[in-house]
Each structure stands twice: as C-alpha cells, then as structure tokens.
Design a protein around this ligand. Structure first.
Ligand code: ATP
Length: 370
C-alpha cells in the first residue's frame, strides 16, 4: 500500500498552496500536500505549528486565506461542514451524558433522518467494530475512559465519512491503554477503509499508527514520509531531532571520494569519515545526525572502525531492554550511545566513569546541510 509512489494515483485530499492567516499572523504558510484514500496520515509538530488549523480547514470550521483544498477532486471551499464527507473526533469526546452509549452512537444518524432499521443496523455494526456490545445500555459515566474513547470513535464513524480527523484522540488515556488503543485504531481504520488524519504530539504514536508522517514547523511541512524513512533519512536537523533521539555533530566537510567526505568537527581531533548520497562542496558546513543505537560502545579500541572516539561515561539511562550511555569526550562534548542489556544489571558491561570507545560506520548517520 504505497499510493504516494504511484504517479497514476489521485489523492483523496489535496492542499494546493494553502495559506491561512489570522490577522497579521500566518498559521499555515503556502502548504501543498496530498493524502490518499485509506491512508492513516499523522501530523506531528510542536505546539502552535498549525496542526489543528489544518484539520479545521478540512472539517470546514476555517477557510483558507489563499490556495485551494480538494476532497475527492472537489473544491471544498463552498461546501458547509455538515455537507462534507468529513468527521472530526475531538480529544474531549463530547459524549452526551444523559444518553446511553447506543443513543450516543445513533444521534447523528437520527438527526440526518436515516430510516430506523438502518440506524439499528449501523449502530450494531459500530458497537461490534469497537467491541462495545456489552455497554450499549450504559451511560458515559458508567464506562471507563478507554471505553468512552471507543464510543467517540464509533459515533464519528457511524455516518461512514470518507475522512475522519482525529485531534489528539488518545490524549486522555494513560500510556499502557494508549498503546493498546493505537493498535485498535489501526485495526478499525483498516476494517472500515476510512482515511484517517491524526494530530498528535507523541512521535512514538505517530510512528506506530501512521502510513505516512508529516513533520510540521511554523505552518510549513518540513518532511512527509513513511515512519521508517523519516527516522532513517530525515531531511534536516529539525526533523532528525523531532523524531527520536539523535546526536548532531557539526563540522565542515572535505570531499575525499565518491559520496565520501571527511567531517572536520571542532570536538574531535581526527576528522570523521562519512559516506552519504547527499552532495556537499569543499568547506561547506554540515551536520552529521546519528542515532544512539548506531553508535557502538566498547571497552577496547575497535579494530578497523571507520570512526572511533574515546570518552568517559557520564550518565546511564537504564530502560530495561536497553541502556543509553552519555559519553563525554575530552572536549566536553557528549555523545549518546545505546546498547542492549543482554547481561544482568549486576554484571553490566559498563558503569559510570568508565573510559570507553565509541565507534560507528561511515554510513551509520545522515549528513545534512541544515
Ligand atoms: P497544539 O499542538 O498546541 O494544539 P497546533 O499545532 O494545533 O498546536 P494551531 O492550533 O493550529 O496549532 O495554531 C497555530 C497557530 O495559529 C498558533 O500560533 C495559534 O495561536 C494561531 N491561531 C489559531 N487559531 C487562531 C485564531 N482563531 N485567531 C488567531 N490565531 C489563531
């Protein structure tokens, strides 16, 4: 399932040079993007970057100042919110407290004037889909937070929208329930074939559920890609830093061969060896983004490593399956390395103040211009 790689495929949603201003303030800045049918698309970015504004334009609560938005090929600007095949699920769920779960799910369908039998069938389907059959007669205060979240989802899907917008849908749930619910969401999205666009602050959540992730900053999309591509090949220091843990090593480059560079960094005595398909000119400033799990930590100097530096362990974050080591170089710079905890803690390989070697291959990181 990769419609974005198919030149014939037409996106379900298209933003064409969309700008949204609130007075002098530009919340969305000349944004162009396509989202395909059946995608689970995640918008990720810091508070205030414009995620909710983008969703509200799709739902019809805001209009674009400039540019066009198409849904299934149709310009949506003149279509009022209730006539769009779009539904939005809010973090607060906004269930009706005096109505049963059944009636909460049926509410929108009744208002639409759907025949009674059809409503019954649709509600039963939704209850089954969200595994809420047992709770149909209860009121919202008589079920758990996770169950309420599922009711809100059932209600938003009852009208069979083409597009469901989810604004921090799991924000109110604790971590464990949140993780379980992410898998339920993916399952429900797949079963219904509805296109989901989710806004989240949580990068792990975005990586788990999404077919593609868009990383936003200041009303712009910085990169759109599948979770693995965005993690492995970020296009900027901003994206590398926003998604997961990363070491950023700044320096200037000297070309040394095809796709090969020496990175002269102020913290290191010897230049680093980097292989990258990105092109740099002699003397250009560059940033090596390297994930902690790509840095190997050893007691002795590794033989034949492309890059090796010595340092002292400053901090250890024990995370059960892995530990993250903060290693201080003689210059004072700190590099993070991760290692699997295959031994028992009492016999852990490294401890505080140990002098260790960090090494990585020439292709372990990504060399970025900005
Ligand atoms: P968060 O993650 O905190 O919800 P967000 O990325 O969803 O943030 P938006 O709610 O889209 O951000 O807001 C983007 C920017 O636009 C913010 O700086 C916000 O203050 C501004 N903004 C949003 N709505 C309005 C409005 N109605 N009038 C003026 N400014 C607004």
């Amino acid at each position: 399932f990769e419609p974005w790689n198919d030149p014939e495929a037409k996106p379900l949603i298209e933003f064409q040079n969309v700008t949204k201003r609130f007075g002098e303030f530009t919340a969305i800045d000349d944004l162009t993007i396509g989202i395909y049918e059946r995608e689970f698309f995640a918008l990720l970015g810091p508070s205030g970057c414009g995620k909710t504004t983008l969703m509200r334009m799709l739902a019809g609560f805001e209009t674009a100042t400039e540019g066009k938005i198409y849904l299934a090929g149709q310009d949506i600007a003149p279509v009022p919110p209730n006539k769009r095949a779009v539904n939005m699920m809010f973090q607060s769920y906004a269930l009706f407290p005096h109505l049963s779960i059944w009636d909460n799910i049926a509410f929108g369908l009744k208002r639409e004037g759907m025949p009674k039998d059809d409503i019954g069938e649709r509600v039963e389907n939704m209850l089954r889909l969200t595994r809420l059959e047992k709770f149909a007669r209860r009121k919202p205060h008589q079920i758990s937070g996770g169950q309420r979240q599922r009711v809100a989802l059932a209600r938003s899907l009852a009208k069979a929208p083409k597009l469901l917008l989810l604004d921090e849908p799991l924000g109110a749930l604790d971590k464990k329930l949140r993780q379980d619910t992410q898998f339920e969401l993916m399952d429900i999205q797949e079963k219904t074939g509805t296109t989901f666009v989710i806004v989240t602050h949580d990068q792990e959540e975005a990586m788990t559920v999404a077919s593609r992730v868009a990383v936003m900053d200041n009303g712009k999309i910085m990169q759109v890609a599948t979770p693995d591509r965005i993690y492995e090949t970020p296009n900027s220091v901003y994206v590398a830093d926003f998604i997961g843990d990363v070491n950023i090593i700044d320096g200037t480059v000297t070309p040394t061969g095809e796709d090969s560079y020496a990175l002269n960094w102020k913290e290191g005595q010897e230049p680093l060896t980097v292989k990258t398909p990105n092109t740099f000119s002699d003397g250009q400033t560059a940033h090596l983004a390297i994930r902690p799990e790509k840095v190997t930590i050893t007691a002795d100097r590794p033989e034949g490593a492309d890059n090796a530096v010595q340092g002292k362990i400053l901090d250890i974050a024990y995370l059960g399956n892995i530990s993250t080591y903060h290693v201080e170089l003689p210059s004072g710079a700190v590099i993070k390395a991760q290692a699997a905890n295959t031994r028992r803690i009492s016999r852990r390989a490294f401890t505080w103040e140990d002098t260790v070697w960090l090494s990585w291959t020439a292709t372990a990181g990504v060399l970025l211009a900005n």
